[in-house]
Design a protein. Structure first.
Length: 125
């Protein structure tokens, strides 16, 4: 199996021993993206802004792999507070086209850097 790292100047760089994404040919796996502004390395303010930035980071990585949101088949959404579900869901619904990807959504005890939302995706060619 051939594996290629997916990275973009328009998305935050991995800050640990992992890749922002791995392209396996037919399938592309993207690591969870926080709402980090790639230019400043800081989190956007508030859950709605973080969700938008997280999905912009996902979009930049998809583009780097030659794909778009329409190629996404599965997402996982992690929330610091499940009460933010409706807000994040509205942002999410504005980005992904129908048919929507399969999705899991979990509330977690905490996210890195004090993030409020993290989104990871699997896309296919």
């Amino acid at each position: 199996m051939s594996k290629t790292v997916v990275a973009s100047e328009n998305a935050p760089k991995a800050v640990g021993p992992y890749s922002a994404g791995i392209d396996c040919g037919e399938v592309v796996y993207l690591s969870g993206q926080l709402g980090l502004d790639p230019a400043t390395g800081k989190l956007a303010e508030g859950v709605e802004a973080q969700a938008k930035q997280s999905l912009a980071n996902v979009g930049a990585l998809l583009e780097a792999a030659g794909l778009g949101y329409e190629n996404v088949v599965k997402t996982t959404v992690l929330l610091a507070d499940i009460n933010d579900f409706a807000t994040v869901n509205a942002v999410y619904g504005d980005v992904f086209p129908e048919p929507y990807p399969a999705r899991s959504c979990f509330a977690v005890a905490a996210l890195p850097m004090g993030g409020l939302v993290e989104i990871e995706v699997i896309a296919v060619r």
